[in-house]
Design a protein around this ligand. Structure first.
Ligand code: ATP
Length: 369
């Protein structure tokens, strides 16, 4: 398999639009890298540059140490799986999988061996004689994967491969792709805008916005330690709550004030704000819905971070409830235990987990703590 190195990669389309800017990333052998970001942020463009389907305007692309900028797509040893995995309708599953190898004039016995091997991995052995129209969506998706696998490429590129599947099949295929990654020991670069796919599949996630990398990290680090407001808001569902607050310093104590509320930050977080010179400045406080609770025990434990809110919405998810409410005129969300007694129209108390409070610089939008 393969390692990739993207050094200062940029893409300017002929119309002058700069879709990707100074993209730097080292991808190790066998990594499962995810590109996420809002629509139009440059995910597909970057993937297509790696595949050789789009010219690289600036920077260098290396695969296993070899510069690839001018190498033809077919010679890059890369296989790409797209969202509309167009299979040849008149060919059987076997022939669909064998097609690329036939074009390459691979000997017949070798083709057969490779297709059978891939069919085994993908559980397609019973379906080799069928045509695509006689397959389910998930089975077709697996054939598309099979076409990529038989080529035994150094790198797999996948552009939203599951986006055409229904919810249940997506979950199933997600698990299959994860196990495929394990079994093949493959290097995979995968584009998605699905949070769950990104968080469950990726060994590392690249968050993009307007063609610029915002952060590259493991799913856990992205969730717990976002480097800026954008990443904090983009990763996690429902999204992190944000509220403007004024930073008040009294000796070593730091309070964040908003509306009628004043919450005390834990000492290490307080120190960051004092050291950063944020006294009396407006900052953005962030807290995830999971880190806010209306239980009596939480309210007693976290007396320094209790706020009051008006409940405006209630959504039962099963064992949990999403509570929508307003605090000091700002709409917020909390994910609480379904045993909550809160109802729409109630005025309730909520406690924030102080260790889980994020604070961002209002201007630069960078994380302070
Ligand atoms: P999505 O999630 O919607 O697929 P994406 O992150 O994959 O989006 P890209 O397809 O990489 O985004 O496009 C990045 C930007 O480049 C977009 O603003 C798009 O409009 C622009 N773009 C794409 N192709 C061209 C082109 N051929 N000429 C000019 N601009 C283009």
């Amino acid at each position: 398999m393969a390692s990739l190195s993207l050094k200062g990669i940029g893409k300017r389309y002929p119309n002058g639009f700069e879709a990707v800017k100074d993209f730097n990333l080292e991808i190790e052998d066998q990594e499962f890298i995810i590109f996420v970001g809002p629509s139009g942020c440059g995910k597909s463009t970057t993937l297509r540059m790696i595949a050789g389907l789009e010219e690289i305007t600036t920077g260098d692309l290396f695969i296993d140490g070899k510069r690839m900028n001018e190498v033809e797509p077919k010679d890059r040893d890369i296989a790409m799986v797209f969202q509309n995995y167009a299979l040849y309708p008149h060919m059987t599953v076997f022939d669909n999988m064998a097609f690329g190898l036939k074009l390459r004039k691979v000997p017949k016995e070798e083709i057969e061996q490779k297709v059978l091997e891939a069919a085994k991995i993908l559980d397609l052995e019973q379906l080799l004689d069928r045509r695509p129209k006689a397959l389910s969506g998930g089975q077709r998706q697996r054939v598309a994967m099979g076409r990529a696998i038989v080529r035994n490429p150094k790198v797999f590129l996948m552009d939203e491969p599951l986006s055409n599947l229904d919810a249940k099949l997506r979950v199933q295929m997600r698990a299959e792709i994860a196990s495929l990654h394990q079994r093949l020991g493959a290097t995979i670069i995968y584009v998605t805008h699905d949070q769950t796919e990104a968080m469950t599949l990726g060994t590392r996630i690249v968050v993009l916005k307007d063609g610029v990398i915002q952060q590259v990290d493991t799913p856990k680090k992205l969730y717990n330690e976002p480097q800026n407001l954008f990443v904090a808001g983009f990763i996690g569902s429902p999204q992190m709550n944000f509220i403007d607050a004024v930073c008040k310093v009294h000796g070593e104590e730091v309070r964040l004030e908003f509306g009628d509320f004043s919450i005390v930050l834990p000492p290490q977080k307080a120190k960051k704000l004092i050291d950063g010179g944020y006294a009396d400045k407006t900052v953005v406080m962030g807290i995830r819905p999971d880190d806010i609770d209306d239980s009596q025990i939480q309210i007693e434990t976290y007396g320094d971070t209790v706020i009051e809110a008006d409940v405006t919405g209630y959504e039962l998810l099963g064992s949990e409830v999403l509570l929508y409410y307003t605090v000091a005129g700002v709409n917020m969300t909390a994910r609480v235990d379904a045993r909550t007694t809160a109802k729409i129209g109630d005025h309730i108390r909520l406690a924030l987990d102080p260790e889980k409070i994020h604070v961002f610089d209002k201007e630069s939008e960078l994380t302070i703590t």
